[in-house]
Design a protein around this ligand. Structure first.
Ligand SMILES: [Zn+2]
Length: 345
């Protein structure tokens, strides 16, 4: 599997991009007269508030549309809602339509969105992305009779979109100091379980984006993908209301191994920021390799890319992936860490 990763393109060096990021961070610190760099190299800058309750309401809104798998009414409603929400917030909203078939049928109409902020600003360009489609089958459901039902996608799809939309609201009020793209990938989750590379039915939207980057904007220097970022956070007290079999049942963010191989400095920087902010779901150990929307950016474009993902939420790919199994605190931990990255921590 390692042969599939970290090909660098001749004109783009991940190491150089990260070094540039460090240089910009240091310059940004001195120019704003901000606080000293701490032991981990994190610059303690004041961040806008990430409103996790508002983000959680966006998970509920998405689930109210119904499942958002390819070809469904929910898919159409979700796209229209994202466009109408993002249009007044972003400097520019790029729509990237394409059509393709999946292992489940088609051809279907798909659309990637890129909301652009501060594109004329100096410094490194950051893309933060999430998939907005949901899985057509709950093939991990414990009940075999439910495995042909669609996944509601509160966490798987809904949580990443919810964080991106809250970031868009914040960026519209307080423009980022360097360019930021918020990317909404279609067609991530229509692969057949157990299929291998190259992404048959998985990551189709991000793969299309990487092969058809819009000519009107520059490529990003670094990419962060958010997936399954809304699960239940472990309560702090032992006698808390939610019992668990093990800490794995709660929201945790271990380091994904393709990300670690392709973008070790970016991984370090993100986990440093999370640690600085006290977001304990971020655990500094690797767990394994995941096929996700970061891979086309690494493999096709040679851009350092990191997947921030909860490896095994208990309701993953089941009919129980509903808002009751999501937690605003998870959205807050990830959303605020992204604010730290964007605003120069
Ligand atoms: Zn999924």
């Amino acid at each position: 599997m390692r042969n599939n990763i970290a090909k660098s393109s001749p004109h783009r060096s991940g190491v150089r991009a990260v070094l540039m990021a460090v240089a910009v961070l240091i310059a940004g610190c001195t120019s704003c007269g901000g606080g000293a760099v701490n032991d981990n190299g994190v610059v303690p800058v004041e961040l806008p508030e990430f409103n996790a309750d508002r983000a959680f309401a966006d998970i509920e809104q998405q689930c109210d549309f119904g499942p958002r798998m390819p070809g469904s009414p929910g898919h159409q409603a979700q796209l229209a809602w994202m466009i109408s929400t993002l249009t007044p917030l972003a400097d520019d909203l790029i729509q990237q339509p394409f059509s393709d078939s999946t292992p489940f049928g088609g051809p279907y109409d798909f659309t990637n969105l890129i909301a652009v902020f501060s594109s004329q600003a100096p410094g490194v360009t950051t893309l933060i992305g999430a998939h907005w489609d949901t899985r057509p089958v709950a093939d991990q459901d414990p009940d075999p009779d439910l495995r042909d039902e669609p996944v509601p996608g509160a966490n798987d799809g809904g949580s990443g979109v919810a964080i991106l939309l809250e970031l868009a609201r914040i960026f519209s009020q307080e423009p980022p100091p360097s360019p930021v793209y918020l990317a909404f990938f279609d067609a991530e989750d229509s692969g057949k379980s157990g299929c291998g590379l190259p992404y048959i039915g998985f990551c189709m939207g991000s793969d299309y984006m990487a092969h058809n980057w819009p000519t009107e904007i520059e490529l990003p220097d670094r990419v962060i993908v958010l997936d399954l970022v809304g699960g239940q956070v472990q309560p702090e007290t032992a006698d808390a209301v939610r019992p668990a079999q093990s800490s794995n049942d709660y929201f945790n963010l271990r380091i994904e191994s393709y990300s670690q191989a392709a973008a070790p400095q970016l991984v370090d920087h993100i986990w440093d920021i999370a640690e600085f902010l006290g977001h304990s779901a971020f655990e500094r150990r690797t767990q394994g390799y995941i096929i996700d929307d970061h891979l086309p950016f690494i493999n096709t474009l040679g851009i350092p890319a990191v997947d921030i993902i909860d490896f095994a939420p208990p309701v993953w790919h089941t009919v129980s992936d509903t808002p009751e199994h999501c937690d605003p605190d998870a959205l807050h931990q990830v959303g605020e860490t992204m604010l730290g990255l964007v605003y120069g921590m």
